[in-house]
Design a protein around this ligand. Structure first.
Ligand SMILES: [Fe+2]
Length: 335
């Protein structure tokens, strides 16, 4: 696609978002161009409280140290595709890796009805505080992208309305994970694209994230403490008519040490899935070959169902209607 050397740009938060939370046009353009060219950006100085990240890493270690058996008894929910609570290792399958499962344990969180671990006080609270901080960072970055994708401004209300209602209340249906990868993992995360709009990934506890460039080479994404890796997901590729790339990435085991683990906590910023996703008019003339989906409009639920089915997270016998009903039930009533 592009002939220039592939690198993931480092962009300061303060150049993209003003202190009052509004996007800055030049920085928004640089951020949009990074996602257009590589699907990724490393943002420096994002406004996370440092202690929040530290607390989440510390408490997730305590949780995972309880062991798979206890966590499966205490807080595992396979009936909703592990969208909340504990998911044991070798559960998620990377179809691009010959069907081999990933070596990773997950604690999953969403916008409602989360589950904690009673034996680790403060864990749920810390996770939800981090989740809320990510919602705000994600919204500010979507606002920046709205400037980039829709220079005229007629569709920004639609785009931002996928995440907040008219009163400014958060309505996103996002997903956050605490992940622990064993140091002996054959594979930490098989190559994949993310299904959501934007992924936020604070620097993990060790290296390993790689992104595939347009010539098929795997490029390490190097981070320092305090960095935030941001990448575009499939839904953003969809609404931008292919202008923004949802790039393949993976996590490789770089240290191979049975005494260590790799920890990370990605946040996947999803819209309110009940709303219709459509290609923005401002992006209607983008070249079709960059588009991952044939639809011109589809609900968030239907698009996510397609994606999760393709990763076998949703089993083939579960229809879209059944899956959507179970997700709506979770939203309304909890477990
Ligand atoms: Fe990912």
């Amino acid at each position: 696609m592009q002939e220039t050397p592939f690198f993931v740009p480092r962009l300061p938060w303060r150049d993209i978002i003003a202190p009052n939370g509004s996007p800055l046009p030049e920085g928004a353009a640089a951020f949009g161009a990074a996602l257009r060219d590589t699907g990724f950006a490393v943002i420096t100085g994002a406004p996370f409280r440092g202690d929040l990240l530290e607390t989440n890493y510390r408490l997730m270690r305590e949780v995972f140290d309880r062991g798979a058996e206890r966590l499966q008894e205490e807080c595992s929910h396979p009936e909703i595709g592990f969208q909340r609570g504990y998911m044991p290792t070798r559960t998620e399958f990377g179809l691009r890796c010959g069907g081999d499962p990933d070596d990773k344990e997950v604690m999953a969180f969403g916008s409602y009805h989360n589950v904690g671990v009673a034996a680790v006080p403060g864990y749920l609270d810390a996770a939800q505080q981090y989740y809320a901080a990510c919602q705000d960072v994600g919204y500010a970055l979507m606002h920046a992208l709205a400037l980039y994708l829709d220079p005229v401004g007629s569709e920004r209300g639609y785009l931002l309305g996928l995440f907040r209602d008219g009163d400014g209340r958060r309505i996103d249906d996002s997903h956050m994970r605490h992940i622990r990868y064993p140091g002996t993992a054959k594979r930490m995360a098989c190559e994949h694209t993310d299904s959501n709009m934007l992924s936020l990934l604070p620097a993990a506890t060790s290296r390993g994230l790689e992104v595939r460039d347009t010539r098929g080479r795997w490029i390490p994404v190097e981070t320092e403490e305090g960095d935030l890796v941001v990448n575009a997901g499939d839904m953003l590729n969809f609404i931008s008519g292919g202008k923004i790339l949802s790039t393949l990435h993976r996590v490789e085991n770089r240290f191979n040490d049975p005494t260590r683990f790799r920890h990370s906590m990605p946040f996947f910023y999803h819209p309110d899935h009940t709303q219709e996703l459509k290609i923005l008019d401002s992006c209607a003339t983008e070249p079709a070959e960059r588009r991952m989906f044939p639809h011109s409009s589809i609900t968030g639920y239907a698009l996510l169902y397609e994606l999760l089915s393709s990763y076998k997270v949703i089993p083939p016998e579960v229809s879209l209607g059944q899956w959507q009903a179970s997700m709506e039930h979770l939203k309304e009533y909890g477990f």
